[in-house]
Design a protein around this ligand. Structure first.
Ligand SMILES: [Zn+2]
Ligand SMILES: [Zn+2]
Length: 222
């Protein structure tokens, strides 16, 4: 069941994009801020303690490597993981690089998810806005609806596929802590960017602070 949560989250986000055509920018920002705080709190309370309990300080290198992997992925995804995807009607060609980098991100973060209650929720919740944004991008393009749905399904299976592969192949068992550290780096970068970019010019915004606090508390509790 836990395997399927990230998949369900993508369906949820994509389904919402089909129902509500144009997202209200403000509400979207609140959702992004909430998912960022939730994700950051899950990684801080679950992944980080586990990584340093099972591994030594060299795990820090993998963590930093994860941050850089995500920076590189964002050159191609243009920040779609944290809500930057401008819906433009003029896309001539399907953005293969953007899609591949989103899939790689999803696949990697699925790998260390077996048996992780809190983390699986954090990852799943941050997929809802991504799926929403990506689905509205596809639906507003000239692409046929069936092709859009097939692409969304392909994206949705990426994280469960990562989890399945990592749990079925005993080869990965020996490397689970470094993999977890890399994913922690990826997720740290995404979650802090989600929080940073959801606020305009560091203006005080009570609603945003409240949703972030709620996200952080929930991420800690689950
Ligand atoms: Zn960005
Ligand atoms: Zn992610």
């Amino acid at each position: 069941m836990n395997f399927l949560l990230p998949f369900i989250a993508v369906l949820l986000g994509a389904g919402a994009a089909m129902l509500f055509k144009s997202p209200a920018a403000n509400r979207m920002k609140l959702l992004l801020a909430f998912s960022g705080a939730f994700l950051l709190s899950s990684v801080a309370s679950e992944f980080l303690p586990e990584i340093y309990e099972d591994g030594d300080s060299t795990m820090g290198i993998y963590l930093i490597a994860g941050v850089f992997i995500q920076i590189i992925l964002e050159f191609f995804s243009k920040g779609a993981e944290h809500g930057h995807l401008h819906v433009s009607k003029e896309i001539q060609q399907f953005p293969y690089l953007l899609f591949s980098s989103l899939c790689l991100h999803a696949f990697l973060e699925g790998m260390p998810l077996q048996g992780h209650g809190g983390m699986v929720y954090g990852i799943s919740i941050h997929k809802i806005p991504i799926a929403f944004i990506f689905a509205s991008f596809l639906l507003n393009s000239t692409m046929s609806r069936w092709k859009s749905i097939a692409i969304l399904l392909l994206f949705a299976v990426m994280s469960p596929l990562g989890s399945l592969l990592a749990s079925e192949m005993s080869f990965f068992d020996a490397y689970m802590t470094p993999i977890k550290a890399i994913v922690a780096g990826i997720v740290l970068h995404v979650s802090t960017t989600l929080i940073l970019e959801s606020s305009e010019a560091h203006k005080f915004n009570l609603a945003k602070i409240l949703v972030m606090l709620t996200g952080a508390v929930l991420g800690f509790l689950v």
